[in-house]
Design a protein around this ligand. Structure first.
Ligand code: OGA
Ligand code: NI
Length: 359
């Protein structure tokens, strides 16, 4: 993979650009008119939101309540591919601590952040672009990417040591999220008409992958011309997003419109990734989303990705393939699959769509 050895151009930290107080953003961040947030953002939809699902009761002994929650999740997966969960069992204090630790990291001196600078080889560390295409139009954000699972890829030396509580808090936070994802995987599996462990087993059982991408969206003097993160679907299995508690920005595509997510307090935003679309033979679809920025407030978000074991073939589950619903996708490992976004950057749903088996 010689083309994933290094960035094609010198790295510019968006935070430094923002802090320099410029009035016009550099051309590299100006999106073509059709991709700009203002154009396609209709104001009729201001009340629209993704479903909010209360998970308390999912593990209690009230069977009717449990069935009701499963049905809500089922409808959200089919109709939106996106939902928020509240009363999910993860402590609000831990969520706030995790976000605040990362906020502090992004406000640490640039020399410290630079010591974690990433390369496109593994993407681990402090980064400012996704994709290695020379001359690409870039997004208005910096990020930090790290591995939590498999344990062989978890390396504390690649996690920030600043602030001092960061590693410990993130470790605990990721541990809790692996558990929550395991529970949601059972619900999805049952909702797909499968045994509760089936989907998890298709992910590689205990050997799943898990990583964290923390996004930092600095203030932007011309938010109408750019995006914090271009439209994409998440390449992995499930994503658990902890959004900023003060600033909105995430937009989800629904019937050719963009709906701005209004986060519920201490909710996680859950979305289906491409690997679940493939395994479910498109019964569940990953959904395009993007992030708009603004001129007066920075935004921090934590995206936790729960992924299949990276070297096993992922293809539609036999149980979901019938004569009327033939298999839509050929097998591919997640390692192979994610090379696409690592090379080309976020490109809507073009990858999972281009994979469809010819017939
Ligand atoms: C992502 C993502 C959304 C956000 O990191 O994949 O979609 O609100 N983030 O930052
Ligand atoms: Ni995403």
């Amino acid at each position: 993979m010689s083309n994933l050895q290094d960035w094609p151009e010198p790295v510019v930290r968006v935070q430094s650009l923002s802090d320099s107080g410029l009035c016009n953003i550099p051309d590299r961040y100006v999106k073509p008119p059709t991709e700009r947030p203002s154009l396609s953002n209709s104001h009729d939809n201001d009340d629209a939101n993704i479903p909010i699902i209360d998970l308390s009761g999912l593990y209690g002994d009230d069977d009717n309540l449990r069935a009701k929650i499963r049905r809500e999740i089922s409808a959200a997966c089919r109709e939106w591919g996106f939902f928020q969960v509240i009363n999910h069992g993860i402590s609000p204090e831990l969520m706030d601590q995790a976000r605040e630790n990362w906020r502090q990291f992004f406000h640490a001196p640039m020399e410290i952040k630079q010591s974690y600078a990433n390369s496109p080889k593994t993407y681990e560390g402090y980064g400012s672009r996704l994709g290695v295409k020379k001359g690409a139009i870039l997004d208005w954000s910096d990020y930090y990417f790290l591995h939590y699972r498999p344990s062989s890829l978890k390396d504390f030396n690649k996690w920030p040591a600043v602030p001092t509580s960061c590693r410990e808090v993130i470790d605990e936070y990721c541990k809790e999220l692996v558990e929550l994802c395991g529970r949601l995987m059972k619900v999805l599996s049952i909702n797909l008409g499968l045994e509760e462990d089936h989907l998890q087993n298709a992910f590689g059982g205990e050997n799943i992958g898990a990583c964290l991408r923390v996004n930092f969206y600095p203030k932007c003097p011309q938010p109408d011309l750019t995006l914090g993160l271009s439209s994409h679907s998440d390449p992995g299995g499930l994503t658990m997003l902890l959004p900023d508690d003060q600033v909105t920005g995430l937009q989800v595509r629904k019937d050719d419109r963009w709906i701005t997510v209004k986060p519920a307090r201490h909710a996680f935003i859950v979305n289906i990734g491409d690997q679940v679309q493939v395994l479910s033979n498109a019964k569940y679809k990953s959904v395009e989303h993007r992030v708009a920025v603004n001129s007066d407030k920075e935004r921090v978000s934590l995206a936790f990705f729960y992924n299949p074991k990276s070297d096993i073939p992922i293809e539609p589950l036999k149980e979901l393939v019938t004569e009327e619903n033939p298999s839509l996708y050929p097998p591919m490992t997640f390692d192979e699959y994610r090379l696409f976004i690592r090379l080309r950057g976020p490109k809507g749903k073009s990858q999972v769509e281009s994979m469809k088996s010819p017939r």
